[in-house]
Design a protein around this ligand. Structure first.
Ligand code: ATP
Ligand code: MG
Length: 796
């Protein structure tokens, strides 16, 4: 074949070229963020095609997300300089395995048109099995079983291969139930997500002829983000590459962030053992980020003990230092970021003007997104949420909203259908059918139909009782809604000034400003909480033992919190329907909001990293865990976050945040301490120095720690000093009201035995209360006397 031009090789550095041109045998590209691993991998595909080594369908290329697969496909076309008929086996593990499994379904007793169950289906099926086995589903919830089964599937463990220890999980019935579940799936001609890989591994292991066929077929194998493969994926790859060993894996041990989902960073470290004679390429030049950003990321990741260690350097221009800013609370943080984005868009920060498409907000926990979504909607800033539904589209939020809608308008039949049996009230399909029929024959709403049905005794048993209770509740909640809500102050008053502590409208129960508490029996915020509690909806998620449970509860708290910005439930519901209507037009430039996990492999000129606070990032779970494993994974996530930024990286934290509905003082993340001072600029929150981020408004140089402490804790000595300083200079005083709320709620709501959090001493239980003094047995610091206003409640 005549040699074709290879312009794509000229875009690579020598190390990358080496990885691209060494086509035969195992190659491992192990390198830090932004060093062009993905670029080299893409060039390798192009080179395989261009040199005629492989036809498009002889290349198996695995990416981490569908989005990454699409991008890689486009780039291959672009680099080749002529259209390819596609690289059919370029995709995620799951996408590739679906295709393969359809061809060989019969080998695992399925038909090729099998269906793929989603999480909801999966849980429903497991629930049926649990009940059929006479197990108490309340104590042993389906969601717990489903996460166990997912974990086993990630490890490529079939029911037959399950070690005795695992089989004994779930009240000694785990193994048995797993087996029944797999049988049931076969009867239904269905698979779940984990099965896609598990079945393929089983097929390859049990049918050497099939494996051999694919070993010949896929002549070249390429894998991106190898550090995040789980055992099943690893086995699958190793089986496929077992013949020719033409496998090229790229990854970065510092970016392994899916340990919690069964990924094994060991897979990348073991590569040279698995494939003796593997050629290892290390890339050190980073092409993505400025030196400051790179230095910050490198310094943070240095805190991890368990790593290979890599050097990174860059020739990019010096650019801006990493920007760090502390805010009053989470809402303030969202407001500031919104303003900052608008300023950057118009180029008024002394930086080049940027398109919204060039900016991203990367959050640690999805519940953080709500504040941004609300704020951006208010100021009309276009945004898109990637990976996972937008806040108001989440299951638990939709359920909760359905309750609110039904209270506001009892004719909302869709809302009624959604919640009538959520949580379970013994009102299954038959009962719901009866309600429908009754409503239709009387020409009334479902709520009214249900009432008539009960009156006519058309429904019996537990269902009838529960339905009566639900109707009664709905009526009562609705009664509470019709209070003198119109006497509320306007939004701004609620938002900006906070409640006046001395005023009787401060609500002791909730410890939260409820401006109409003095005039209405129940404010709309309490009403929302009452609805969620009395309906059993909150309890339903509290009893949920899966990893998602706590997140869903967080989201519900966030939802209640969002109500603070509105006069009443009606106004809130209108706001949300607006959000839902605001559906995306992808031609328009938008800010991206996504989780840090979802941002792996991506890059943006400007990145905002909000919520760098202990307990949020790193997560409380990782901090509570014994050992450093969880914390190290969080640190890698911080490294991933910082290294997404090309030009501007802004890290922020809030001094106060509502966690589980309670205001808590937050400590800046320990990762902030690990940022190198020389590469960081501390910005000042506008409330303190009257706005603006010019050099003149920056505090004079003190140790990074102290500056951060000053900016942060509003009731810390640092904060008091800062107040004093601001006062001396005649600058605007920080708002005090909300911090008083924290203190007051703390005093009024504590009882002996409560679990509390103190900034210095950590978690503890209250032993004695004397006026505003508490004796607390701290878990780490021992028993101490502290002032009540220095601790916050914790239901962690
Ligand atoms: P991550 O670890 O975050 O996935 P990566 O190692 O895969 O990063 P790439 O995304 O491939 O890095 O590349 C980072 C950026 O550097 C991209 O914008 C890419 O186009 C650019 N780049 C990579 N190699 C070169 C090169 N040799 N010359 C110029 N730019 C390059
Ligand atoms: Mg990459």
């Amino acid at each position: 074949m005549a040699a074709r031009p290879m312009p794509y090789l000229n875009e690579l550095n020598p190390a990358q070229r080496e990885a691209v041109e060494r086509l035969d045998g195992p190659v491992l590209m192990l390198a830090g963020a932004g060093t062009g691993k993905t670029k080299a991998l893409t060039a390798r595909i192009v080179h395989l095609l261009n040199t005629g080594r492989a036809k498009p369908n002889e290349i198996l290329a695995v990416t981490f997300t569908n989005k990454a697969a699409r991008e890689m496909k486009n780039r291959v076309g672009g680099m080749l300089g002529h259209a390819v008929e596609g690289v059919p086996w370029l995709g995620t593990f799951h996408a590739i395995c679906v295709k393969l499994l359809r061809r060989h379904a019969e080998l695992v007793n399925l038909k090729s048109n099998f269906t793929i169950l989603d999480m909801d289906d999966q849980n429903r099926l497991l629930k049926q099995l649990i009940v059929a086995n006479g197990i108490d589903e309340k104590r042993w919830p389906a969601r717990l079983l489903s996460s166990l089964i997912d974990g086993w599937k990630n490890k490529a463990l079939t029911p037959q291969k399950l070690p005795a220890g695992d089989a004994g999980a779930f009240n000694h019935r785990g193994g048995e139930l797993y087996d029944q579940y797999q049988q049931r799936l076969r009867e239904l001609n269905a698979v779940d997500f984990g099965d896609l890989l598990l079945h393929m591994v089983t097929i390859f292991q049990e049918h050497p002829d099939v494996l051999a066929q694919y070993q010949r077929w896929f002549r070249y194998i390429l894998v991106d983000e190898y550090q995040d493969t789980n055992v099943a994926q690893y086995l699958w790859l190793r089986l496929l590459a077992g013949g020719h060993k033409n496998i090229c894996c790229v990854g970065d041990d510092d970016q392994s962030i899916y340990g919690w989902r069964g990924a094994e960073v060991g897979n990348i470290l073991r590569f040279e053992k698995d494939f003796p004679g593997a050629h290892v390429v290390r890339l050190e030049q980073n092409y993505r980020s400025t030196p400051h950003i790179l230095a910050a990321a490198s310094n943070v990741i240095r805190g991890n003990a368990d790593r290979l260690g890599k050097t990174l350097w860059t020739e990019t221009e010096e650019g801006e230092k990493v920007r760090l800013i502390g805010h009053w609370d989470g809402e303030e943080e969202a407001r500031w970021i919104g303003e900052e984005i608008e300023a950057m868009q118009s180029g008024t920060r002394g930086l080049r003007a940027m398109s919204l498409n060039e900016m991203a907000i990367l959050v640690r926990a999805s519940h953080q997104m709500r504040a941004f979504e609300d704020r951006f909607l208010t100021i009309g800033l276009p945004y898109r949420v990637i990976g996972g539904p937008r806040f108001y589209e989440r299951l638990e939020i939709r359920d909760a909203m359905a309750y609110f809608r039904l209270v506001v308008s009892p004719e909302d039949d869709l809302a009624f259908e959604r919640i009538v049996n959520t949580p379970k009230r013994g009102l299954g399909n038959v009962a719901q059918q009866k309600i429908q029929t009754c409503a239709r024959s009387n020409g009334v709403s479902l709520v009214e139909g249900a009432r008539i049905l009960l009156e006519e005794k058309g429904l019996g048993g537990k269902g009838a009782k529960e339905l009566a209770l639900l109707l009664e509740n709905l009526a009562r909640w609705r009664g509470n809604l019709i209070g003198p809500q119109t006497t509320l102050p306007d939004d701004d008053a609620v938002l900006d000034d906070g409640p006046d502590l001395a005023s009787p409208v401060f609500d002791e129960l909730g410890g939260r400003p409820t401006p109409n508490a003095g005039v209405a029996a129940v404010g709309h915020i309490e009403l929302a909480e009452i609805i969620l509690d009395e309906s059993g909806y909150t309890t339903m998620w509290q009893n949920d033992k899966t990893p998602e449970g706590p997140g869903r509860l967080d989201n519900l708290k966030e939802l209640v919190k969002a109500l603070e910005n509105f006069d009443n439930l009606q106004g809130f519901l209108e706001h949300v329907s607006l959000i839902m209507d605001n559906e995306s037009d992808d031609a328009e430039a938008k800010v991206t909001i996504m989780t840090l996990h979802g941002a792996k492999g991506l890059e943006f000129p400007a990145v905002f990293l909000p919520g760098w606070e202990d307990g949020l990032f790193p997560s409380q779970r990782s901090m509570d865990e014994s050992g450093l494993k969880g914390l190290e994974e969080e640190r890698r996530l911080a490294y991933v976050g910082i290294t997404r930024a090309e030009e501007i990286c802004t890290i922020s934290f809030a001094g106060n945040r509502q966690v589980y509905g309670q205001w808590q003082s937050q400590m800046p993340s320990r990762f902030i301490d690990e940022l190198p001072e020389d590469h960081v600029d501390i910005l000042t929150p506008p409330g303190l120095y009257g706005g603006g981020f010019g050099a003149a408004s920056r505090p004079t140089a003190t140790a990074l720690d102290e500056r951060v402490a000053n900016a942060n804790t509003y009731n810390s000595p640092g904060w008091k000093r800062m107040q004093a300083r601001a006062g001396e200079r005649g600058m605007s005083q920080p708002r005090e009201s909300k911090s008083s709320v924290i203190d007051a709620s703390a005093v009024s709501s504590f009882t002996v035995g409560d679990r509390v959090f103190h900034q210095k001493f950590g978690y503890g239980a209250i032993l004695k209360i004397e006026g505003d003094k508490l004796e607390v047995a701290f878990e780490k610091a021992g028993t101490k006397n502290v002032v009540a206003s220095y601790v916050t409640g914790s239901d962690d």
